[in-house]
Design a protein around this ligand. Sequence first.
Ligand SMILES: Nc1nc2c(c(=O)[nH]1)N[C@H]1C(S)=C(S)[C@@H](COP(=O)(O)O)O[C@H]1N2
Ligand SMILES: [Mo]
Length: 159
Amino acid sequence: MTGHEHDPLRPHSHDPNPEPPSPDPSFIIETPDARAQTWTPDDLQALPATTVENCWIVSTGHGASGPFAFTGAALGDLIRQIWKGAWSHVEVLSGDGFGTRIHAAELAEGVIRPILLAHSVDGRTLDRAEGLVRLVVPSEVDDALRQVKWVRVIRIVDA
Ligand SMILES: Nc1nc2c(c(=O)[nH]1)N[C@H]1C(S)=C(S)[C@@H](COP(=O)(O)O)O[C@H]1N2
Ligand SMILES: [Mo]
């Protein structure tokens, strides 16, 4: 290896950033046709809401917090609403260089405890410090590396 090359899709375990990268909670959705649309938390709140109870933010290094009931849009449903063509995976990137890749199979219709683009927790809107807008991957319960705070870009990819 030649020095440290940071890949946001392969974050190493680390102390989470306590500070939002910017005050602006809007985010951009990029579709495979190279178009982009800007969304706000209000746009997200206008979609059908899904709540996933009993979510934990778990980190071996610095403890766990929860249980939380996160509410938001099921990410798979959101993608199927705005992109009717083929797609294989989605990259979810934060404003502070964090991110994760989600395969289409993880976002299939009708999954129990679906992956959410969350705007609320325990019945109230998340504040910016809590990650608004926050990706919640309920199945990930070991190191919180997919619980992406401050989502900035959602890139729908057809590989
Ligand atoms: N954007 C962003 N999301 C992130 C992180 C981060 O540094 N930046 N840290 C992750 C890690 S390592 C942990 S343990 C959790 C912490 O979430 P919390 O601040 O809500 O406890 O956020 C995860 N999501
Ligand atoms: Mo962590």
